[in-house]
Design a protein. Structure first.
Length: 250
């Protein structure tokens, strides 16, 4: 059940590098700015077009002066998404703000986009609850780079890295070039290993799933491998069998 619950979160948690911009000045220096347009694209890819698969309602707009001449614009919104089985979700609230009157070296500056920016901020806050860009908020990414210095490799088949994502350990780990995001659909465990055919790769994943199931039942790794290895080599090839063995030894 937990895997099902996390499906949406896992799909939306990792923004591409081009959607991230390090903040180099001001109070937020050192933090990361996330492109609002990427959020909208990610929501549309997951749920469908705005107004059909997801929507938001502006519930309140207001200004708050601080007494020193500064004025902040605030907005609250309710975000909802549509599920084919359950219909529209309960509203997810969000609140955001932006400077309406700011002090600059040349004097007070009034922004005619303050409310728009406050609404954008509020929407970003609401969709955090679905996991949108959570890798950034959880500190796993710094600017456009992963903090653990593990960049996404290039796809072994198409040579691109824009749509390469790390697979879940329970599904065999490795990497995949996400076809839904514009990739070629290739999957692999070890980026240095020879290419497997699509059938062999599918068999590798299948055998790893069999091992994970038998492991939960108390299977002994050595005995399991001795019993299954011939069939695994036949189904997956030598390189694929080595990928399965790595998971059995882990």
């Amino acid at each position: 059940m937990s895997l099902v619950i996390m499906v949406i979160w896992d799909k939306l948690k990792t923004p591409p590098p081009e959607a991230l911009k390090p903040i180099k000045g001001g109070r937020l220096k050192g933090m990361t700015d996330i492109s609002p347009q990427w959020r909208y694209q990610a929501l549309t890819e997951e749920f469908g077009p705005c107004g059909i698969g997801w929507r938001y309602e502006i519930t309140k707009l207001w200004l708050e002066p601080d007494g020193s001449g500064l004025i902040t614009a605030f907005a609250t919104i309710n975000f909802s998404f549509h599920d084919s089985d359950r219909g529209w979700s309960e509203p997810i609230p969000g609140i955001g703000g932006s400077m309406y009157v700011a002090k600059e070296s040349s004097g007070p500056h009034t922004s005619d986009e303050a409310y728009k920016m406050a609404v954008t901020d509020a929407l970003g806050v609401a969709v955090k609850m679905l996991g949108v860009a959570s890798d950034v908020y959880m500190g796993n990414m710094d600017g456009s780079k992963y903090k653990n210095n593990t960049p996404h490799p290039k796809c072994r088949k198409c040579g691109k890295s824009d749509h390469v994502y790390k697979g879940k350990e329970e599904n065999g780990g490795g990497w995949f070039c996400w076809k839904k995001k514009g990739g070629c659909g290739e999957k692999w465990v070890d980026e240095k290993a020879p290419l497997l055919t699509s059938n062999q790769q599918g068999n590798v994943e299948g055998w790893i799933a069999v091992w994970n199931t038998d492991k939960k039942k108390g299977a002994d790794p050595k005995a399991w491998w001795e019993e299954k290895s011939k069939g695994i080599v036949s189904d997956c090839g030598k390189e694929g069998a080595e990928s399965v063995l790595e998971k059995v030894k882990a």
